[in-house]
Design a protein around this ligand. Structure first.
Ligand code: NAD
Ligand code: ISE
Length: 339
């Protein structure tokens, strides 16, 4: 890639997230352009390419990666397809932004960590976009000052309006709580060592057989506890909130993300309806940071190790959900490549 040329990006998977990332690269951020889109559904890819002003369309990720105008890859296919896409990107020596989860299970995530190590340098940023959300970033910066003292507890609430048809009870953990797993590791600065999952009586608003809501308790190596209310059929809105309780005070985010009005004897605002609205800024900052770092020849942000650690914690979580009780997290040794 010539020094000042925009980064040519192949976007793999043109569903909800992939199409939004294509729009973001073409219309919102700087320093990159979409040179190829890939989807097993050719018609969907064609439609997204047309809306993006035209680019190459493929159904095979490896074919797109072989193109001379593809400098980097954004993976937004479903989790089970990520391992093959990342292995192909490694084979073509291309940097990658991979939507969460890195992969849906710990064994495949560890294979990617090992393959990246064999390359001898980091190539992957994982799409844990909450690290780029201005509210979460302020919370992290405050904790880093040490002004509130040592964090003791982190309380998280994660609510979605409704779950998609294919959602299973395990996916509340692997697809949704995966975000709080990353947030807990990042904010508290320690690995998660054990998981317990409580199952309140399911909501009448949840599909038959879905264990929704769940209450997940994460234990960390530093001794702090992190709890997560996950409720994916709450019906009323998309809410993500976090409160850290420290020795010398508390800090809380996610209460009001919008305009508050007062009129006719009432006050209030609106609640976002999904992640594309609540985390719009975070996705923009995430993709811009990835493009900027890639153009400098660097990899920043959450990486393969973070994706693997989250997968290992989620695996312990799904076992705790199935079998009950407290399940310890089995984590490989952290390779030097990941600091
Ligand atoms: P989606 O089902 O809307 O889109 C997935 C697309 O990938 C579909 O068009 C499908 O045809 C295509 N696809 C399937 N297998 C493929 C393959 N092997 N190669 C190329 N394309 C393939 O899904 P989505 O909601 O856009 O989710 C995509 C990814 O984004 C998932 O990893 C999901 O967990 C993640 N996600 C992240 C967030 C977030 O907040 N960061 C939110 C939603 C989804
Ligand atoms: C979805 O895949 C996401 O990543 C969203 O951020 C999360 O809120 C939702 O629960 C997941 O299904």
């Amino acid at each position: 890639m010539p020094e000042h040329a925009p980064l040519g990006v192949a976007v793999i998977g043109t569903g909800r997230m992939g199409a939004d990332h294509v729009r973001r690269i073409q219309e919102v951020i700087s320093g990159a352009r979409v040179t190829a889109v890939v989807d097993v559904d050719a018609e969907r890819a064609e439609a997204v390419a047309a809306r993006a002003g035209g680019c190459a369309v493929h159904t095979d990720p490896a074919k797109a990666m072989a193109s001379a105008d593809v400098d980097a890859v954004l993976v937004a296919s479903p989790g089970p397809a990520h391992e093959a896409a990342l292995m192909a990107a490694f084979a073509h020596d291309l940097p990658v932004l991979c939507e969460k989860p890195l992969t849906p299970d710990a064994a495949s995530a560890l294979r990617l960590v090992e393959a990246e190590q064999a390359l001898g340098r980091r190539r992957v940023q994982v799409g844990f976009m909450r690290r780029y959300d201005p509210e979460y970033a302020r919370l992290k910066a405050l904790l880093e000052t040490g002004r509130l003292g040592r964090p003791l507890m982190l309380h998280n609430r994660h609510r979605n309006v409704a779950s998609p048809d294919f959602f299973t009870s395990e996916m509340l953990i692997t697809d949704s709580v995966a975000h709080e797993v990353d947030v807990t590791r990042w904010l508290l600065g320690h690995e998660i060592t054990a998981v317990t999952v409580h199952r309140p009586a399911p909501s009448a608003g949840a599909p038959e057989g879905l264990a929704d809501p769940q209450f997940v308790v994460l234990e960390t190596a530093g001794g702090a506890l992190s709890d997560v209310e996950i409720f994916v059929n709450c019906g009323f809105g998309y809410q993500v909130q976090a409160e850290v309780v420290c020795e010398g005070g508390t800090a809380r985010i996610g209460d009001a993300h919008d305009l508050v009005t007062a009129a006719a004897g009432r006050w209030g605002g609106s609640i976002a309806q999904d992640w594309t609205e609540r985390f719009a800024d975070a996705y923009d900052r995430e993709v811009q940071a990835w493009v900027d770092a890639t153009r400098r020849g660097e990899v920043t942000g959450p990486g393969s190790w973070d994706g693997y650690a989250a997968a290992a914690v989620c695996e312990a979580g799904t076992r705790a959900l199935r079998e009950g009780g407290r399940v310890t997290v089995e984590l490989a040794e952290r390779p030097a490549l990941y600091g």
